[in-house]
Design a protein around this ligand. Sequence first.
Ligand code: AMP
Length: 284
Amino acid sequence: MKILRTIAEVRAAVRAARAEGETVGLVPTMGAFHEGHLSLMRQARAESDLVVVSLFVNPTQFGANEDLSTYPRDEARDAALAEVEGVDILFAPAAAEIYPDGFATNIHVAGITEVLDGAIRGAHHFDGVATVVTKLFGIVTPDVAYFGQKDAQQVLVVRRVVRDLDLDVRIEACPIVREPDGLAMSSRNVYLDADARAQASALNRSIDAAEAVLASGQNDGESIRAAADRVLADASIDVEYLELRDAETLQPVDAVERDALLLVAARVGAARLIDNHLLRGVAS
Ligand code: AMP
């Protein structure tokens, strides 16, 4: 595995692979790898000839009061884990390589970025995501890019950028990888102390409770949401949002008639956690 720092080096490596007729898979990350990241790398490895993983803690997607300065960073550990997964290139640029002096472009997706995490974290968050992902697509020119369903709203934002800007890349959304107690893996889980870690499993339990209501034949949003809400309240979780939304448009829905997402964000101890679950549509 090569660790590359510059855009020019990545372009040269991709050009050489393309000359051999190879396909290119990209896994964008901010590092602090866990099984969620590794599952994306495995899928890329299984499907692409050249696997590029980007490791870049993108400053523009963090708000002023967020955790940019404390975000977990351990490039040596990450490189070792990526190497085991058979990654070909770890692209780990400095911030100035991605945002040189005079950088002035911003990719803003309207609508779906204004709700949920966009509303809580502010417009800069998904603008930062959309802009850096568009740059990574320009640098790596992947055939396929792999994202985690863990960040469901991010997947929809990236898909919209690709569609609206006619980018020639296929977006693969990979399933959420969870701890044995159901907690969705996240680089931010390291912020949880023992009490908060125990409390955090309520997020997934709330999703299970919602799924159980749907499985019992009730598809109305109020019953589904109430079941999830009860679990979170019982665990004294400080909920930022718990919402049932159309799985494609993120519009609020009253019933799960088409596929819907139950999305939750909460403050647990020192961490801000998000989770979600696809509820399969059942016409009433
Ligand atoms: P991050 O480093 O947090 O920006 O995540 C990099 C990629 O890994 C994103 O596409 C995430 O959605 C994905 N990811 C993070 N956690 C998980 C998880 N628990 N399961 C699946 N994918 C994940």
